[in-house]
Write a protein that binds this ligand. Structure first.
Ligand code: PEP
Ligand code: MN
Length: 359
């Protein structure tokens, strides 16, 4: 059961409403969504909630069937937007997030960050804490990686998304990152989800590699229930019987989740396919599926990458991808978020479409 308070309800009224619910044996969880406080009241009979709270003249109540309440489309009057710095708002223009899979060194990060910034990324990605399948694989630079991200953010001027893998590290990662990434291997680490729900930073929530859509939305609900409304879902492929791709990119999940939920959805074609040759077609397909953005691995020296080199685009390939994305988006009446000031020649699609994109 969801209860949306009036948009002008005061904190005092919200407190009173929650106290009244508690007096009737009903726990409630609070999140500010779409400009108003929304309460989730699990297991409540709608008539009882309406009776108890009628005095507060609610915005609306709803009983989303089979979808976690705060993540459900019924929780807000429209789609949620998540702002990340001045140039990136998920749910508004299409957001390209790009960078190395892992931060490896100062030089590596600076080279890749400058390339993706110049070629049209709105957000820089890069893992400092890397939860790897094998304990013998490169585990990331940890705190040193965070310092490098923080320096390069200053020089290239892009907001940074980076993974946090343990509840105890949320504070230190949140001190550097503009957006906290929850990786597929931690998608149901509920202690971690609760902690990022309290961290005051937007969250990029990957779908667990063996999670259903409902499990994924429930993972988002853990974050929302802590009061953090800024959740962006990321489809990154699921495990199937097909071994020729690293995972199977479930693109139908994009329009499905947009029907079920108010949260923005982006796609990671790099980790989904594990194959740089498949990244561009899947990124373009993500646009067609209605995604709000993509997360793309880029490396200037992919064969020497310490992590996931086979799926990393080279800078020139990334540049070509962004140009085609921009063209496709323009054809669909959508825009690409970014900084036209960086590349004035790319500000208008007409400047490059005929030259670059044989459609
Ligand atoms: C990543 O994006 O760096 C990553 C490890 O992805 P995933 O959690 O989807 O495997
Ligand atoms: Mn990776």
């Amino acid at each position: 059961m969801i209860v949306a308070m009036r948009a002008d309800a005061t904190a005092y009224e919200v407190d009173l409403a929650r106290r009244d619910l508690r007096a009737h044996g009903l726990d409630s969880y609070q999140c500010r969504l779409g400009g108003r406080v929304v309460l989730s009241v699990p297991g409540a009979r709608p008539e009882l909630v309406e009776e108890v709270l009628s005095v507060y003249a609610l915005g609306w109540t709803a009983d989303p069937v089979g979808v976690p309440p705060l993540a459900s489309a019924e929780a807000t009057a429209g789609a949620t937007r998540v702002r990340l710095g001045p140039a990136a708002e998920f749910g508004e223009d299409f957001i390209v997030m790009a960078g190395p899979c892992a931060v490896e060194s100062e030089g590596q990060l600076a080279t890749i960050a400058e390339a993706v910034a110049v070629h049209g990324a709105a957000v820089l990605r890069g893992g400092a804490f890397k939860p790897r399948t094998s304990p013998y694989s490169f585990q990331g630079l940890g705190g040193q990686g965070l310092n490098l991200l923080s320096e390069v953010r200053r020089t290239v001027g892009l907001p940074v998304v980076t993974e946090v893998a343990e509840p105890a590290e949320v504070g230190v990662v949140a001190a550097t990152a503009d957006m906290l990434q929850i990786g597929t291997r931690n998608a149901q680490n509920f202690a971690l989800l609760r902690e990022v729900g309290r961290a005051g930073r937007p969250v990029l929530l990957k779908r667990g590699l063996a999670n259903t859509v409902d499990e994924w939305l429930n993972a988002a609900e853990y974050i929302l229930r802590e009061g953090n409304p800024a959740v962006v879902l990321c489809e990154r492929g699921i495990r199937t019987f097909e071994p020729r791709t690293r995972f199977t990119l479930d693109l139908s999940a994009v329009p499905l989740v947009k029907r079920l939920s108010h949260l923005p959805v982006v796609v990671d074609p790099s980790h989904a396919t594990g194959d740089r040759g498949l990244v561009e077609p899947m990124a373009l397909a993500a646009v067609a599926a209605g995604a709000d953005g993509v997360l793309v691995d880029v490396h200037h020296d992919a064969s020497a990458a310490l992590c996931d080199g086979l799926q990393a685009l080279k800078p020139a390939e990334f540049r070509a991808l962004v140009r085609r994305l921009r063209c496709l988006l323009a054809g669909l009446g959508r825009g690409l978020a970014g900084r036209p000031d960086v590349l004035p020649s790319m500000a208008s699609p007409a400047a490059w479409v005929p030259e670059q994109v044989p459609l």
